[in-house]
Design a protein around this ligand. Sequence first.
Ligand code: GLA
Length: 725
Amino acid sequence: MSIIYDKERRLFKLDTSGSTYVIGVYEENYILGLYYGAKIPDMHFDDFCDRTPNASFSLANPVITENGFTPDTAPMEYGCSGEADFRISALSIKNKNGDSVTDIRYADHRIFSGKKPLPGMPSTYANSDSEATTLEIDAVDSVSGALVTLVYTVFENQPVMTKSVRVKNTSDEPMILQRVFSSCNDFVTMDFDMITLNGRYAKERSIDRHPLSHGVQGIESKRGVSSHVHNPFVALAKHTATEDTGEVYGFNFVYSGNFSAIAECDFNDTTRFIMGIHPEGFEWTLNADDTFYAPEVVCVYTSEGIGEMSRIYHRFYNNNLIRGKYKTEKRPLLINSWEAAYFDINTEKLLAFAEVAKELGIEMLVMDDGWFGHRDNDRSSLGDWFVNTRKLPGGLKPLVDGVKAQGLKFGIWYEPETISPDSELYRAHPDWIVHVDNRTPMIGRHQYVIDMTRQDVRDNIWDQMNEVLSSNDIDYVKWDFNRNIADAGSAVLPKERKGEFFHRFVLGTYELLERLVSNYPDILLEGCSGGGGRFDPGMLYYSPQIWSSDNTDAIDRLDIQFGTSMCYPASCMGAHVSASKRTGYETKGRVAMWGTFGYELDPRKLTEEEKEIVKQRVSDYHRYYWLHRNGDLYRLISPFEDRYKAAWEIVSQDKSEMLFTLVYMKQQTASMLFLKFKGLDPEKYYFCEQNGKTYSGAFLMNAGLNLTDAANSDGGSMTLYFKEK
Ligand code: GLA
């Protein structure tokens, strides 16, 4: 059993394949987080509970007079507000007396095989009960009557642990949840760098690394979505940790709305790290007997560096988060109409795209924005999800039939969470937009957000989508969301529940997504939000791939793809070749092949020479498909560290094949490059297809190859393919 309870010492030990996590129940039933790190067999944690009360006036529980125990310095497993733990708190509940002092103590626990889903929310899953073990610890706040259940699942064969929390009101009066974070960790050191993924539109997920310092620091989103600005991912890496060595803790929030991830380093040089729903703009009234479920955090520990942390996340998300047919099936190579034609689409043009695409070996045509209502630009028609018969005479059928006759699959674009003021839907239901009383709602890209908290709104959008999807043979849906949320309010939420808006909005979106994937299990869903503005594990539960960025320039994409790869697998990273000019089609193809790979251009405009390159890249896509899909990523040269170039490899799980890619952002004069490869089997021999030589894995990893001058030009690139001999 990977979770054990030592009854005598009142200790829980949770083991994954590579980590141990220890929770203790101390005097007066305080729950303490005693250890998280490399795997250990024994539990001598008796002296871990008590720490010197050396802050200013640390306060003690008068019942515990010995050992100097104080919540001010103790490693609290789930720090609460108001009860002498002055660090940033994970939980705050306003009780019937009107105060928010919150204090939970151990009451009970259960250990069982497998993992339960979270109702109405995405979560990772165990493929069989034997793959995972779950511990639920019940803790009680005796004044408010809150029953707080801390839920932990450890995976047998992966160094992964998930955490979530639920709160049940066992009293007979309502209580108000003011903050319910999903995970809390107290570390005995502040010897960490915080790694985060930050950005903006067209520049998503740049890697940022800086040492923790005293006080509070972190990242957040209050935009209603996980956002372009900060991804809900944090790694705490030891200062000495590198890509290949050292201790790293990863935390990734399985949620697509407002979040907060905060580290606080205190006067004892310890660190508390919490991650969860952002408490600002959140307040949840919990009636008697009701339960609130906080989303899940996926925690990864490794002592083998940042690269290994990434590979653990990649495998875990491919096996235990992504669902449906395309979890295992090959994804079709697509061409998307957006950068090819923007809003200027029609049946004839799309069929012409399909014809050339077929000749190039492309497998699916995706009709992006502009097919519905009377939409000719971004000023109208969101919410009117019926076919624009001026552009598509006779409806979708002639187009879909024509595309299918070419032997291609067909995909379509939606933006279900938004509404244009110039739409039939808005004119019929002006109160369906997200808004608050007496304020003019803000507008973005000429559109409002539609109130996804409402069942009637979701039903309307669903009926419209269902009408199109059920009467046409559609293989793919791109689900976009080109807005952030201000004026967060709903016409139907009562005054005392206004603080529930943001979370209810996310739950509403999840409900609609679940309807889509369960009614149309054969449809491939691709998430999107103005490029990669909602690239998070919550969306991955529904859409096995997510559009990474509207920036399709191959050089800019290096940063975006390196950043995204910090915790998200290649299988989900939407990457297309466009007509962008900074590099040729060779390099564009090599960069996009790392991700889901597709095209986003007018194929009729390609020269014969470009078409030949595209055909070559398409054939490479098929050839290396499963290597990319199932292989392990090794980042060799990061564009965040090298001004000139980037390089990466994909190694098959059995280490019998490897594909290496090197891209120069700009020419580097007078330079030498001896490149050492990674992740190979030192004992195996590998044949390099490009130079016809055979090398041992040991040679390639220790001596490396002299790649001086190889591909060294502005936007130049090369690939090398190695196969076990
Ligand atoms: C967003 C997406 C693009 C495209 C447009 C359509 O910007 O990221 O890929 O779908 O919307 O309006």
